[in-house]
Design a protein around this ligand. Structure first.
Ligand SMILES: NC(=O)c1ccc[n+]([C@@H]2O[C@H](COP(=O)([O-])OP(=O)(O)OC[C@H]3O[C@@H](n4cnc5c(N)ncnc54)[C@H](OP(=O)(O)O)[C@@H]3O)[C@@H](O)[C@H]2O)c1
Length: 236
């Protein structure tokens, strides 16, 4: 059994979600950190943090600031459908849908960067990662559709690259990454699981274990990239 590092904490934002809960559980099992903070919008087993209320993000960061420095910050939040089906055509785009996806998939993580990245230690390795999606890649897009979701994830990837560049100057050992978890059996993917090939629908625990292994293998030279569950770098 690994002895918890008394000088480090890990943070999972979106710990109420399918992948987020599995990430928090895997981190707790690994005992690599003194504390694993779970933040989530709904109440179930996590401290409250809602992207639509910046004060709740500030309060969460203050809680972390009082303890050991975070060497791992994971954002596992996201929205795909929930009341607004992903668009099949540009003709279906609405300002409301675009804004909703930007608010949750892009602006929320941006505010987490603003309030949590300053807590990362400068003198040792520390990782900041957000769950993105392969469909957020512009270079990899050969199918189209899902306009709001794709655009919000592409914008998230840009913010991660920006953070990597800026942190690279002050935190030479920092790693910033976007992650594609594969197609995972959660509420987010449930309406879209029909066409998934046999063996390609992952259990959240499997995806979480893969993602933590991928992060472990990244170096500061990889910072700013987006990586899939199998370690492959996804084109911009
Ligand atoms: N599942 C897949 O196949 C798949 C594939 C590619 C990428 N991803 C990405 O992986 C990430 C995790 O997805 P998942 O499958 O675990 O989805 P999920 O089970 O639906 O979880 C989504 C999480 O986002 C949180 N959230 C939503 N709105 C929020 C807000 N306003 N403020 C704070 N938190 C908010 C939810 O909180 P509450 O439940 O508490 O409301 C929940 O914790 C997402 O970024 C998704 O885009 C997933």
């Amino acid at each position: 059994m690994t002895t918890p590092n008394p000088e480090s904490s890990a943070i999972v934002i979106g710990a109420t979600g399918g992948v987020g809960a599995a990430l928090a559980e895997a981190l707790e099992m690994s005992r690599a950190h003194e504390t694993v903070y779970r933040f989530g919008r709904s109440a179930s087993g996590a401290d409250h943090l809602d992207f639509e209320d910046e004060a709740s993000i500030v309060a969460a960061a203050e809680r972390v600031r009082a303890g050991a420095a975070p060497t791992l910050i994971l954002i596992a939040t996201g929205v795909l459908h929930s009341g607004q089906e992903p668009e099949r055509t540009y003709k279906a785009m609405t300002a409301e849908h675009l804004l909703r996806d930007y608010r949750i998939n892009t602006i929320g993580p941006a505010l987490v960067m603003k309030h949590f990245a300053p807590l990362m230690p400068r003198d040792r390795r520390a990782t900041f990662a957000a769950l993105s999606a392969r469909v957020g890649s512009i270079g990899d897009n050969r199918l189209g559709g899902w306009h709001s979701y794709r655009a919000s994830k592409a914008a998230l990837n840009m913010l991660l690259r920006n953070l990597a560049l800026e942190l690279g100057r002050s935190h030479p050992q920092a790693v910033v990454a976007g992650l594609h978890p594969g197609t995972v059996d959660t509420g987010l993917s449930r309406p879209f699981q029909k066409g998934v090939a046999e063996g390609k629908l992952f259990a959240p625990a499997y995806s979480a274990e893969r993602l933590l292994a991928v992060l472990d293998g990244l170096t500061p030279a990889d910072s700013g990239g987006v990586f899939a569950w199998d370690g492959a770098r996804i084109p911009e």
